[in-house]
Design a protein around this ligand. Structure first.
Ligand SMILES: *[C@@H]1O[C@H](CO)[C@@H](O)[C@H](O)[C@H]1NC(C)=O
Ligand SMILES: *[C@@H]1O[C@H](CO)[C@@H](O)[C@H](O)[C@H]1NC(C)=O
Length: 490
């Protein structure tokens, strides 16, 4: 007894260094979670087969195209980047010579230029780039050559083929190069179109994640899921086209299964109206970042999405946290806009629950700690940081050991820098994966890499979440990693 008391005293004595001791911050939940990526917000690389039934699936919204006239040997160019005419006199292609597709259906498209206007045909029959919203005059048919689908003709709304004005061979034939294909929720739903998309998506939601996955998670030592959702879920069952209804029922199922298997749920608003990062996983149409744009109303509408979700699930005992927005990108979302959104989103959550944590995501390409002083003034906040040894050339050519050392050293200090001992937000490594750019790594390398990350990220005061649960690339699938003994949480 005396011994026990001495121990208790000892823990209290050191406790000022421990977040669990401060009055305002609830005890750390020590979350060990997995993301349900690619479920309610589509990402084609997670499940490519979801796109298999789309006609002309190489021409989805946001795909970038460059068009070289075969007769003239020059690229089409939006002169001045937009607001002018289309010319066919550039010998190499870059920004002004790149067009982003907006898909009308499998054959008809609109072409968005560098400065965001659309290519159209004026009264004189010339191609211009003046319209800021596309209509009939900005809708073109892409006619592929049956033998070589990179050779195309472009039929204008006046039924004539677009042609480079030089005349020799056939000035209406263009060589089309496509790149930057996006495969997000907008692309899959608009790709299938309003008739087919509802059934395709419902089938995906009902089969990709099922009850036995929650049992698997529980049986293998996980205690939570982070569920990416898109803004359109709040207008279920009739979201604006091309999105389709039904993801809300799937989220309801996640809560039901989480309760059955005693897992916590983190709702993560992964896709915000207008796109907060331009990535396919933000639900955007063409890679533009238009979420925080003044006057768009997108920020206010996003608060209503958070309010809707919190109101719906506040009474569920599985609800542990609401993440206000995932990975806003510093290049398109400024600090002050995001801060005012974080305040408004926080207030919206608190109108319905005093116990759910509110998670702020660090901005991509900004200082990860920039929101700590702000978050410190609010109870029950969490800062989400994502750590991948990928997506940057600094990791190119690294050995397995160098990657592991990086986790043990640099990542450990980065995490320590955002893990506040005295109040302030809890820290959360909301995305990480045991994948890297190492060639020829063997299973034991992956095992050690996973173990190092579990060890370091286990120091996050809120916890961590692996990206992701299911994935065609096995190392990205925690289900595969656990089943094959590469990662073990026991
Ligand atoms: C391309 O054509 C336009 C219109 O005739 C002209 O203003 C521009 O200088 C030309 N650019 C090049 C690189 O030839
Ligand atoms: C595709 O859209 C164009 C332009 O609105 C329309 O003329 C055409 O009939 C549509 N095609 C199909 C297959 O729906």
């Amino acid at each position: 007894m005396r011994c026990l008391r001495a121990l208790v005293f000892f823990f209290f004595f050191i406790s000022p260094l421990n977040p669990m001791s401060t009055a305002t911050v609830p005890p750390s939940p020590r979350i060990k979670a997995v993301n349900l990526g690619g479920w309610l917000v589509t990402e084609g690389w997670i499940k490519p087969s979801l796109f298999d039934g789309i006609a002309n699936k190489d021409l989805l919204d946001g795909t970038q195209v460059q068009l070289k006239s075969t007769a003239v040997g020059k690229y089409l160019c939006a002169e001045g980047g937009g607001g002018s005419v289309i010319v066919a006199n550039r010998s190499s292609a870059s920004g002004w010579e790149t067009f982003k597709l907006w898909r009308v259906n499998s054959t008809h498209f609109q072409f968005r230029v560098f400065s965001k206007q659309f290519v159209g045909i004026n009264a004189g029959g010339s191609a211009v780039t003046v319209a800021t919203t596309p209509g009939h005059s900005e809708t073109f048919e892409i006619v592929k050559n049956t033998g070589d689908s990179n050779r195309i003709r472009i039929r204008a709304p006046n039924d004539l083929f677009l042609q480079a004005n030089w005349g020799n061979d056939d000035p209406s034939v263009f060589l089309m190069t496509t790149f930057g294909t996006m495969q997000g929720e907008y692309q899959v739903t608009n790709g299938y179109g309003p008739i087919r998309a509802p059934a395709v998506m419902r089938n995906h939601w009902e089969s990709f994640i099922v009850e036995k996955d929650f049992k698997f998670m529980k049986d293998n030592g996980l205690n939570a899921v982070r569920v990416p959702v898109g803004w359109w879920i709040a207008s279920d069952p009739n979201p604006p086209a091309p999105y389709v209804g039904g993801s809300l029922a799937a989220l309801d199922n996640a809560f039901m299964w989480a309760e059955k298997y005693h897992l916590k749920v983190i709702i993560d608003l992964h896709a915000a109206l207008g796109s907060q990062n331009g990535d396919e996983h933000s639900g955007g149409r063409d890679g533009s970042i238009e979420w925080g744009v003044a006057g768009s109303g997108n920020v206010e509408k996003t608060v209503t999405v958070i309010e809707f979700l919190t109101r719906r699930y506040a009474a569920r005992r599985s609800l542990i946290a609401v993440e206000l927005i995932n990975e806003p990108r510093a290049e398109g979302v400024d600090f002050d806009t995001l801060k005012s959104y974080y305040q408004a989103g926080y207030d919206a959550v608190r109108r319905h629950t005093s116990t759910a944590y509110v998670i702020f995501s660090a901005r991509l390409s900004a200082d990860a700690g920039e929101f700590i002083p702000f978050a410190r003034g609010l109870d029950g906040t969490v800062l989400d940081v994502h750590y991948y040894n990928l997506f940057s050339s600094i990791f190119d050519g690294w050995t397995a050991q160098k990657n592991i050392d990086y986790v043990n050293n640099q990542r450990a200090s980065q995490l320590a820098a955002v893990t506040n001992p005295n109040g302030g937000p809890l820290s959360f490594v909301g995305e990480w994966v045991a994948e890297w750019n190492v060639n020829g790594a063997i299973a034991d390398d992956y095992r050690r890499f996973g173990e190092a990350q579990l060890n370091v990220f286990g120091r996050a005061s809120f916890g961590w979440a692996y990206w992701t649960y299911k994935h065609v690339n096995k190392h990205w699938s925690l289900q595969w990693m656990i089943t094959n003994g590469v990662i073990s949480l026991k």
